[in-house]
Design a protein around this ligand. Sequence first.
Ligand code: NAD
Ligand code: UPG
Length: 319
Amino acid sequence: MKLLVTGGAGYIGSVVTALLLRAGHTVTVLDDLSTGHRDAVPPAASFVETDVTNAADILDPSYHAVLHFAAKSLVSESTRDPGGYWRTNVAGTLALLEATRHHGTERVVFSSTAAVYGDPTSTPIVETDPPLPTNPYGASKLSVDRMLESWADAYGIGAVSLRYFNVAGAHGHLGERHDPETHLVPNLLRVAAGTVAHARIHGTDYPTRDGSAVRDYLHVVDLADAHLRALERVTPGEFRVYNLGTGSGYTVREMLDAARRVTGHPVPAVEGPRRPGDPAVLVAGNERAQRELGWRVHRTIDEIVADAWSFVQRQGART
Ligand SMILES: NC(=O)c1ccc[n+]([C@@H]2O[C@H](COP(=O)([O-])OP(=O)(O)OC[C@H]3O[C@@H](n4cnc5c(N)ncnc54)[C@H](O)[C@@H]3O)[C@@H](O)[C@H]2O)c1
Ligand SMILES: O=c1ccn([C@@H]2O[C@H](COP(=O)(O)OP(=O)(O)O[C@H]3O[C@H](CO)[C@@H](O)[C@H](O)[C@H]3O)[C@@H](O)[C@H]2O)c(=O)[nH]1
């Protein structure tokens, strides 16, 4: 297929682009490089540096599908400065969808998030649970789900919304390079690499087995595989939602142990207060993705941390 990948210079979009190319697809990456990196775009992909609102200038009727990763995605930033979230995530997606309609692109695969569910009332979270986002980031992503549903109903596009839980790990030289970095796994590995003195545990009084928050960590390559499957599954006129997570949760302290085990470094950590807006437990029910996409999780927590660690070491060797 001929594909447009928005946000393909970012962490997840670059890995998916690499796997799409390997599967024989033709890929154009659209990215404004606001948080992405030009050197993360695989050389076999075409690259256009522009804002997602300019997608109509890039798309043409020869494209079969769009994979839409471009977004702002930090929960705490979204509470402090929501404007950019509504602008990029909602107005940007609206412009993209208008471009797909104009050029007759029939298929869209969208990066959604567990943040649409807010504070879950039961665990694991399934797709039929009510989405009640508690921050502008989650609300903006839920708005896009609603937009896609109406586009499928009224204009006949096929759309799949993939609600990712916590994505981590790396694919060779493609990994997380955010600044600032807020995600747990890369922050733990910065300590192991000696860049930062100690890790921080945000909250030790959650109602969990050791008091720290539980998340469902998914290897970025397992996540990418779901995108290739979604691309095959997406059907014009239909909107489908899938949770993407492993179904197992790990506490922050358990992730610290994994980082120590994998790197052999003591990874000292200090305890601090909860990060505002963080739910206690987010774990995915993934049966729908297994059943309808034939998707399976293959990689363990230690493989996630080991691949992220190899990436950090490669980065260190480059500087
Ligand atoms: N990382 C996670 O754990 C996680 C979890 C749930 C959902 N997501 C979603 O997955 C997607 C990718 O996340 P990521 O972690 O790779 O983030 P990222 O910041 O590494 O990638 C986002 C990419 O989009 C580009 N971009 C941002 N605004 C743009 C705009 N206006 N026009 C064009 N390009 C723009 C950035 O330059 C960047 O390359 C996002 O939609 C995010 O909301 C990520
Ligand atoms: O240095 C750190 C960083 C994080 N945490 C904690 O570790 C957990 C995971 O945090 P982080 O890696 O920042 O991910 P989340 O805040 O859970 O958010 C990610 O996962 C969500 C889905 O679960 C997505 O919606 C978001 O886009 C994505 O950033 C949380 O309990 C944090 O409080 C720490 O204790 N110390």
